[in-house]
Design a protein around this ligand. Sequence first.
Ligand code: HEM
Length: 517
Amino acid sequence: MAKKEMRQFSKEEVASHNKEGDLWIIIDGVVYDLTNFADLHPGGLTVLLDVAGQDATQEFYGLHRQSVLTRLGPKYEIGRILGSSSQITMQKPGDISEVPFAEPSAWQGFCSPYYKESHFKFRTAVRKFMQEEILPEGISNEESGTTADAETFEKMGAFGLLACRMGPGPHLKGMSLPGGVKPEEYDYFHEMIAHEEIAGLGLPGYQDSVATGMVIGLPPVLHFAQKELKQKVVSEVLSGKKRICLAITEATAGSDVAGVRTTAKKTADGKHYIVNGTKKWITNGHHCDYFSTAVRTGDGPGGISMLLIERSEGLETKAIKTSYSPSAGTCYITFENVKVPVENLLGKEGQGFQVIMFNFNHERWFIVAGVTRAMRLVVEECFMWAQQRLVFGKPLIEQPVIRAKLAHMISEVEAVHTWLESITYQMTKMNYTEASKKLGGPIALMKLRCTRVATRVSDEACQIFGGRAITKTGMGRVVEGFQRTFKFAAILGGSEEIMADLGIRQAMRVYPKGARL
Ligand code: HEM
């Protein structure tokens, strides 16, 4: 199809359309006829009349995100200023940002020992998919509090993204993966990128809905379920047809897993467990079909077991109102005489601790990948805002105090990301046993550092964005979401205090006996 011919206007001609009922403006050389939009404009008519007939590029970008123009611009665009050319880059789905520090350094032209061509292709493909297929629904779901619909899950499943989030392994065999990556070359760096790109949506509740529950809830099935159960559940979940979550925490047992009180008692015929108890703060639980659940089958630490429980009679979920969007489906669960086949035992009875611990390091690493990406997004937003926001007649970034804030944010985020890459590299080289032994402590300390840095990033970003940092829509959308929710990561998957203690206790274990100061 031939490209639509753009009409050309002189600045003088545009200047004559300068009143209510006949209102044109120019943004980056493009002429918009806002006559019919003026009454609908959320910012009101008066502000538009102030710039009617004029170039309003500076004013527009001081008050709106570019996405406003992508969404509404084409409807009101009528032509271009004669001989003009665009000065502003319109972001397209999948684009890599050129804003300094907005991407890992390897994506900004620096050398890296870690990434191959397939990682670059993978990131672009996943980002394009997320921005084109998921983001529009995500923005409205985050606001309305609804979870991602079945079609979105199946789309993610068909794209291979759900399977990619489970890391390298036999579950990828025969699959076609984003960016044409071959299952046999897929590694933890690809997985890290998959988590990063989902966190890059900047929608804390919604991005958890797709599908944090699976990332932490499916591993017990993948590694400990009996063959038939595993085949059925893994294929249902990775294709996006069913949803799963991890149900460990209770109102009285958080980081202290040994405090689990939910009981599972075997029936006299030995064919079922009868489960009674509660779970709290279960991410995605409200919309899930399967629950990988910690239960008590005996006394003491050796009395914990893991069961895969299907939503069925006696199992009820109730949404919990947390600080982020109900889209995430965070819930309270009650089990009242829920009948579970003994075949649904994950691992051995009484060895639930091993099943739970199996994925803890991976969960913490995954949290760091997501939070670090979210922090980069905040850094990018702050840098861009500071460049385009005019204060006292000059861009905000001309204020040394703002540059100092950016310097602290960037230097700390870069440090965490560099550690993340280094640990990810270790994961690509070590087998599971070696990684468990050597990486548990460093991952815990990295998570601690990551969420401490998040505290500072949130603080500085709020000061840079001012009132917009506490406003859910418009320019501050991403910063507002981050400052409202970064604490989740400081608590979930092991609190900062537990992480600090674990990191040092692990180091004490390998402390050389003969070392003296
Ligand atoms: C194609 C042209 C324009 C479109 C499609 C447009 C659209 C919008 C939309 C959707 C909002 C809601 C807030 C958001 O989502 O960011 C908004 C807010 C606003 N707009 Fe516009 N606008 C345009 C041009 C302008 C211009 C030229 C000015 C001023 C000179 C302006 C001033 C404002 C103001 C003051 C607000 C409220 C901002 C706030 O609450 O912080 N708009 N506009």
